[in-house]
Design a protein around this ligand. Structure first.
Ligand code: AMP
Length: 219
């Protein structure tokens, strides 16, 4: 793997980008930048950015490009990103993709690969609506694939689990529509750039991981 390595995980909400990003972070020592997590941190701290973002997130809409780009650019400038970054949930629009390319080019850096994690819609809807989170420690459970030991309670701290507002069924449908309209066009953009690698995201987590790790090791 060449250094530094910048990898984008592309795919619909629920494709498993967060899980795979965490694995890449641990295995290769990359920084993990999840724009969704950055927004959620701001929402929970009730910052002005968080208040703005929440109004979009609750509906499953995208937060406007200018604020999203500014937030991610600030994050990329921190020292832990020097070895490389795995981006999860960013970029999601053509403007964000362009801003990222330009920011990296300014530092003589570039994207190493864009991994498209492919999962069918019906599987995405099933996964997203089954996702429950601990509001205290952030642990994520899935009622289908990784349920908590005691129904609806966090294994780590016993708190009641909650469903993210944006994982509720109506919002999930809107998030998928938004993905197909705004983010899916990036697939062709990165394919044309010769960076796209397609990954079958419906396999078991460790099989998906193996494919992704092999791809990153070849970079
Ligand atoms: P995620 O956890 O990545 O599914 O993101 C949750 C929500 O945060 C999305 O539905 C959007 O409202 C917002 N969000 C996250 N990343 C972006 C982005 N790159 N551009 C715009 N909005 C975003």
């Amino acid at each position: 793997m060449s250094n530094p390595t910048f990898i984008i995980l592309l795919g619909a909400p629920g494709a498993g980008k967060g899980t795979q990003a965490q694995i890449l972070k641990d295995k290769f020592g990359l920084a993990h930048i999840s724009s969704g997590d950055l927004f959620r941190e701001n929402v929970s701290k009730q910052t002005p950015l968080g208040k703005l973002a929440k109004s979009y997130m609750d509906k499953g809409e995208l937060v406007p490009d200018d604020v999203t780009i500014q937030m991610v650019m600030e994050r990329i400038s921190r020292p832990d990103c020097e070895k490389g970054v795995v981006f999860d949930g960013f970029p999601r629009t053509a403007a964000q993709a362009k801003a990222l390319d330009e920011a990296l080019a300014k530092e003589q850096k570039k994207i190493g690969a864009v991994l498209l994690v492919k999962v069918r819609d019906e599987v995405l809807v099933e996964r997203l609506t089954a996702r429950w989170t601990c509001p205290n420690c952030g642990s994520v459970y899935n009622r289908l694939s990784s349920p908590p030991k005691v129904d609806n309670k966090c294994d780590k701290d016993g708190n009641d689990l909650i469903q993210r507002d944006d994982d509720k069924p109506e919002t999930v449908k809107n998030r998928l529509n938004v993905y197909y309209k705004n983010t899916a066009p990036l697939i062709d953009f990165y394919r044309t750039a010769g960076l796209l690698v397609e990954i079958n995201g419906e396999l078991a987590i460790d099989q998906v991981q193996a494919e992704i790790v092999q791809t990153v090791e070849r970079l």
